[in-house]
Write a protein that binds this ligand. Structure first.
Ligand SMILES: C[S@@+](CC[C@H](N)C(=O)[O-])C[C@H]1O[C@@H](n2cnc3c(N)ncnc32)[C@H](O)[C@@H]1O
Length: 250
């Protein structure tokens, strides 16, 4: 990471070599790294894409842990995890996000071109960056009551987008008219609007998923019958809680 020290980074090139074994022939692969730390895997995926014009995606998940030495210092200063002054030194905020942004843009966080070349398989200026996109999301904990009253839809919105392939536009707010269609998925919240919704879906070949919000299996099936076979119907319960309860195990 230009300008920021990070102990024990993995070799970008070793990770790239390991991924190439599995992904050489799969240019649309999705790589999931649950303990991604400084983001070396995502960086290596971008290099592979550049080498063969691939469109592989990488989902990197990490906590925002500060290093042990840093934690001791922060505690001495009377800070605790969760304090903004503590969190700013966490790996995700301090290293991973700036590193991925710097790799793509070819610029340091201060806006200077990164000095140096990539090595081995393909050598080019780090300042060239990559023709890639990245989005950063923060996992939050929502109160069940907010979710059940649909007040937390904006927090859930990225999950629907990711489930549909993390591509194209996103439905960020509950649609006022009872339905909305993005580039790769649609969302129906008012089943009385099913006919209009189905018509919009039929008009768009890029749609992969239709999310249908209802507690009623029969009404769900009647909407499904109106949709093209190429679209995967996914039922979201009215409270959304049932869909997103997997994390709590309850
Ligand atoms: C061995 S490091 C990964 C190193 C990474 N390959 C790299 O090059 O930076 C594992 C990372 O997982 C993170 N981590 C630990 N517990 C976690 C958890 N429960 N959920 C998500 N990430 C976690 C740690 O902060 C650490 O940065």
């Amino acid at each position: 990471m230009p300008g920021r020290s990070f102990p024990f980074p993995k070799s970008l090139y070793a990770v790239e070599d390991a991924l190439r074994f599995f992904l050489f022939d799969n240019r649309d692969a999705k790589v999931l790294d649950f303990f991604s730390g400084s983001g070396t895997t995502a960086h290596a995926v971008m290099r592979l894409n550049k080498q063969d014009g691939g469109q592989r995606q990488c989902i990197s998940v990490t906590n925002n842990e500060a290093s042990a030495g840093e934690q001791a210092k922060l505690r001495e200063d009377g800070l605790r995890p969760g304090d903004p002054e503590w969190e700013q030194w966490g790996i995700c905020d301090y290293i991973t996000k700036p590193r991925i942004k710097a790799a793509i843009t070819g610029q340091t966080p201060e806006g200077q071109p990164i000095k140096g070349d990539y090595k081995f398989t393909d050598e080019f200026l780090m300042a060239d960056g990559f023709a890639e996109n990245a989005e950063f999301f923060t996992l939050t904990y929502e109160t069940p009551v907010a979710v059940s009253h649909n007040r937390a839809f904006e927090r859930i919105a990225p999950l629907l987008w990711m489930r549909a392939g993390s591509a194209g536009s996103r439905i960020e707010k509950l649609p006022e008219g009872g339905w909305a269609v993005a580039d790769c998925y649609g969302l129906l919240t008012d089943l009385d609007q099913a006919a209009l919704f189905a018509e919009a879906i039929h008009g768009k070949d890029s749609i992969r998923i239709a999310y249908i919000v209802t507690d009623d299996e029969r009404r769900f099936q009647s909407v499904v019958r109106q949709l093209p076979d190429t679209v995967e119907p996914v039922r979201l319960y009215e409270s959304y809680l049932t869909n997103f309860r997997f994390a709590t195990g309850r």
